[in-house]
Design a protein around this ligand. Structure first.
Ligand code: GLA
Length: 637
């Protein structure tokens, strides 16, 4: 049974058809809502920046290590540049006390926790200290009864101790109690919620067979979205949302979802949290970085202020990203900055050489990541060797990155068209690594070394002088319903060797669902947008039976050429396009079919806060392979 998520209600479509208790308005996912429906809890107007213990220390975290890195962030000036979260990952807990369910801290590793008394250790002294240093503090838990290290650690270092029940330190069955402890009692500001407890403790799994852990029927199968219980996972996050609201009256918290791109979370993470992991763990290997990058880079429309794609923490400082590999380290940082990824340092900063500190401290790249408009870069030129990413900034300037993924140098041509700038006017580029400036008209030749990322601030005359194409403002768009009814893995994500499995097994097959999702300047299957033989360099590609929500930042007119994309499988199905302003119908087109000229749309949206663009197939079941294009979709003054 296909499940559709509609504003907090989980509805099975078949049940829905039979239901009489729901109004048609609530039941139809394509009906206008008149409000932004993505998650609005918490506080993440900009991508979070800070430090996390995992990549440097795994479970072996302690207070001294944590404060050592925090101190370096403060002393080096990184704190002033925005690095503010200091996050404890897995390894902090000792056990769950069985008489009252309270979690106990591994106090010998966090001595300040004993100040509250031996029987009731508290993280409050540590969070007080971090707050006094100007930081925010983050904690870690799991959706299930047990954590990832309990499933996968090879040794026993800092794993929870005691009886089976005492070792059940995850949120399962304790959501409200634990969230209250973390936020109201201990004063944390962020929680990362992992998911191994609902994935790795099934019957016959190694941890359960060891006799040390209780069985919990898995809700997530990482390799298969069809074998994951998506609505059950969403249900757990919903409960966490409610507890967070209850124990954070000022809404000042951050919820970081960590289910590694599984269970179709790349489509719905934005509806439940402030950041959401799009892939499995990064490792300090170039190829793994590519996997994680790919899992987020084509999901620009699924991220916006309040909810960010998270391709995992920075691994700068180790392996392919250490001080001997500055080209790779700079690329890693520049790509994360362009994608509006959380900038969470994963290095032991007590020992990090200055050359790497300078990368973390590149103020221009930080400014790009933290730009107020919150538009993730989009892929303006795509190939398996070189890619050009372009990010529209709040002032209309562009940040542009040329990323050489390949093995040989590339002679690239950056065109004004990539930037959506006029090609008859000068464009100024400032290199954000060297400060060097250049000017060009039309196009600029640039040599990009293997694994290098050139990154520039670009100023020029915008093609659309009095507005923005929708594809230039992904941060204002929420694909509330993207038309994907049968989630399928995205084949464009680089498949690397998972470090922890090596080449055992069958290898890394496509596993991250999201293929067919909405795209800026491309169809859902990564083709150029084309309607009736004409290609469109700008526009939004999405499947039929979709509803896009657009925050209107003061524009007066929405225009688009709407039609069925030439890449659609057949010409049998008609699609009607409708635009709503704050819930009221502004225009609706007659049905168009593949090959028919697009319908021009031009509506007054003055004073409208929320625009909704709906593409509805005349035959309700035809949406899956029916790409439609909102060609040249733009908002103008
Ligand atoms: C999972 C997460 C990592 C880290 C570990 C801790 O693998 O994806 O980021 O939190 O668990 O065990």
């Amino acid at each position: 049974m296909t499940k559709v998520y509609v504003r907090g209600l989980l509805l099975g479509l078949t049940a829905l058809a039979a239901s009489t208790s729901l109004s048609a308005q609530t039941a139809d996912p394509l009906a206008p809502q008149g409000r932004w429906s993505a998650y609005e809890g918490g506080s993440a107007a900009l991508p979070p920046m800070g430090w996390n213990s995992w990549n440097a220390f795994f479970t072996e975290i302690d207070e001294e290590k944590l404060l050592g890195s925090a101190k370096r962030i403060l002393d080096s000036g990184l704190a002033k540049k925005g690095y503010r979260y200091i996050n404890i990952d897995d390894g902090w807990w000792l056990k769950r006390r069985t008489n009252d369910g309270k979690l106990l801290i591994r106090s010998e590793k966090f001595p300040s926790s004993l100040r509250a008394g031996k029987d009731d250790p508290s993280f409050r002294p540590l969070t007080d200290k971090l707050h006094a240093m100007g930081f925010k503090a983050g904690i870690y838990s799991d959706l299930g009864r047990n954590s990832c290290s309990q499933a996968y650690s090879t040794g026993e270092a800092q794993l929870p101790e005691g009886s089976t029940a005492e070792r059940e330190v995850g949120l399962y069955g304790h959501i409200d109690q634990d969230i209250r402890l973390y936020f109201a009692d201990w004063g944390f500001d962020l929680i990362k919620v992992d998911g191994c407890g609902i994935r790795a403790f099934g019957e016959g799994s190694a941890p359960v067979k060891s006799g040390k852990y209780r069985m919990l029927a898995p809700l997530i199968d990482q390799a298969s979205v069809t074998r994951s219980d998506v609505s059950a996972v969403q249900g757990l996050f919903s409960q966490i949302n409610q507890s967070l609201a209850r124990h954070n009256p000022d809404n000042d918290y951050l919820l970081s979802l960590c289910v590694w791109g599984s269970a179709n979370v790349r489509a719905w993470g934005k509806d439940y949290g402030n950041s959401s992991r799009t892939s499995d763990d990064i490792t300090p290997h170039w190829a793994r970085m590519l996997t994680n990058y790919d899992s987020a880079v084509r999901r620009a429309l699924y991220a916006h202020p309040g909810s960010w794609n998270d391709p995992d923490m920075l691994f700068i400082g180790q392996g392919d990203f250490d001080a001997e590999h500055l080209t790779e380290a700079r690329s890693h940082f520049a790509l994360w900055a362009m994608m509006n990824a959380p900038l969470l340092i994963g290095a032991d900063l007590r020992k990090t050489p200055q050359s790497l500190m300078d990368i973390f401290g590149n103020a221009d790249l930080i400014a790009i990541n933290q730009d107020a408009a919150g538009h993730q870069a989009i892929v303006a030129f795509d190939s398996d060797s070189l890619q050009i990413l372009v990010k529209t900034l709040a002032n209309g300037d562009k940040a542009v990155a040329l990323f050489n993924r390949g093995l040989s140098a590339v002679d690239a041509a950056l065109t004004a068209g990539h930037l959506k700038f006029r090609d008859d006017q000068a464009v100024t580029l400032t290199d954000l690594w060297t400060g060097e400036q250049r000017r060009f008209t039309g196009e600029q030749a640039l040599k990009v070394a293997p694994r290098q990322t050139l990154v520039f601030m670009a100023k020029g005359d915008r093609t659309l002088a009095d507005g923005l194409y929708l594809s230039e403002q992904p941060g204002n768009i929420n694909p509330a319903v993207d038309g994907v009814t049968a989630p399928a893995p995205d084949p464009t994500i680089f498949r690397s060797i998972p470090g922890w499995r090596s080449t055992r097994g069958l290898g890394e097959r496509p596993i991250y669902a999201g293929w067919g999702g909405a795209q800026p300047d491309a169809t859902p299957y990564n083709q150029p947008l084309a309607i009736a033989g004409k290609t469109y360099a700008s526009g939004i590609g999405v499947l039929a039976n979709s509803r896009l929500e657009i925050r209107n930042k003061g524009y007066g007119r929405l225009t688009a050429m709407a039609g069925v994309d030439d890449s659609a499988a057949d010409a049998r199905h008609g699609v009607r396009f409708a635009v709503y302003g704050d819930g009221k119908l502004l225009t609706r087109t007659p049905a168009v079919h593949r090959g028919e000229t697009p319908k021009p749309i031009s509506v007054d949206v003055k004073g409208v806060a929320l625009i909704e663009m709906v593409a509805q197939a005349d035959d309700g079941v035809a949406g899956e392979m029916l790409p439609v294009s909102w060609g040249e979709a733009a908002l103008t003054r």
